[in-house]
Design a binder for this molecule. Structure first.
Ligand SMILES: [Cu+2]
Length: 134
């Protein structure tokens, strides 16, 4: 029993040594720019009657997952995506959710790159942004 336990205790040390040995033998990789929006998996927060971002960028045709956090207690918000600020043609319309709550929206981004539009349908005058597909 004692022998077995000490072997398990060695495992993290072995992993650490292997990790540092691997680092030492590699050249420094070129840093990859990290999208501000977190790629195609995004978290957006609504708080104080405002989104925490006015620009969301995803890849053309990507399967987009948005974790939408509504921190405004008792107030409904949503995220809805349109082809333009006229908000006549829907790309995806997320269900309204009353805070405090968190919902997940999933949809496919347009395949054509461009600058589209998103808003909260409940507060379309103030909660808006660019939906950039690239
Ligand atoms: Cu709203």
């Amino acid at each position: 029993m004692h022998h077995k336990r000490s072997m398990f205790a060695l495992i993290p040390l072995v992993i650490l040594v292997a990790f540092f040995a691997g680092c030492a033998s590699k050249t420094t990789p070129t840093p990859v720019p990290v999208p501000l929006t977190g790629g195609n998996n995004i978290t957006v927060t609504a708080a104080g009657m405002a989104f925490d971002t006015n620009s969301i960028t995803v890849s053309a045709g990507a399967h987009v997952t948005i974790t939408f956090q509504n921190k405004d207690s008792g107030i409904p918000h949503n995220m809805a995506f349109y082809t333009s600020a006229a908000a006549t043609t829907i790309i995806y319309q997320g269900a309204r959710t009353t805070g405090v709550s968190t919902v997940t929206y999933t949809f496919d981004a347009p395949t054509a790159p461009g600058t589209y539009f998103f808003r909260c349908d409940v507060h379309p005058a103030t909660m808006t942004g660019d939906f950039i597909v690239q």
